[in-house]
Design a protein around this ligand. Structure first.
Ligand SMILES: Cc1cc2nc3c(=O)[nH]c(=O)nc-3n(C[C@H](O)[C@H](O)[C@H](O)COP(=O)(O)O)c2cc1C
Length: 172
């Protein structure tokens, strides 16, 4: 017998990313994102779904740029902080102690403590449901030399299905 389920449960475990947005001279922000995936090899495109009410949504719509920063599992607490607080209310760089560094080709800062960075320029924006899907062209990608070269192994940040978050939506 098969029963009806919350569909998202079977999409997990998912990797976690820290997406930076905004301008280094202005108010830049960090959002925790799991709905993020490559959608083209040539041109190199990444799609990420950002909640319509998120401060990050407003910043990416305004600047048309974002950076996908790849965190290791050891940044888990900071990822959760960025995922449970809004840039409308707090300065997440200040609160987490994560370090903004200038990017190479976009005005959005990268997060120094992350192991890899994909700088993206928005090429398409699609309204989905409660989210907007931003499709960004990767204009620059770089990573810690030891990790990129295979000398150092890293456990990338990921998580299991967050039952509590979706409990309100599906009672099955
Ligand atoms: C592990 C994790 C993954 C998340 N993934 C997403 C996601 O893919 N898309 C999204 O819109 N929000 C996601 N969130 C929720 C946002 O990070 C959260 O709403 C955040 O407070 C928005 O911040 P902002 O208002 O500063 O943009 C995730 C939260 C966590 C903890």
């Amino acid at each position: 017998m098969k029963i009806e389920v919350e569909y998202l449960r079977f999409m997990w475990p998912m990797r976690h990313f820290l997406i930076t947005c905004g301008d280094i001279g202005g108010k830049s922000n960090i959002i925790a994102v799991s709905f993020c995936m490559p959608v083209s090899k040539e041109p190199p495109l990444i799609a990420c779904a950002i909640g319509k009410g998120a401060y990050s949504n407003k910043l990416i719509e305004a600047t048309k740029e974002f950076v996908v920063n790849v965190p290791a599992q050891e940044l888990k607490q900071k990822i959760y902080y960025c995922g449970f607080h809004s840039g409308y209310k707090v300065d997440k760089f200040k609160e987490t102690g994560l370090t903004p560094e200038p990017a190479r080709k976009v005005k959005v800062p990268v997060i120094e403590e992350c192991v890899a960075h994909m700088e993206c320029k928005v090429r398409q924006e699609i309204e989905t449901g409660d989210k907007n899907l931003f499709i960004g062209e990767v204009v620059e990608a770089y990573a810690d030399e030891d990790i990129a070269g295979g000398k150092k192994k890293v456990e990338y940040a990921k998580g299991d299905f967050p039952h509590k978050v979706y409990a309100a939506r599906f009672k099955g």
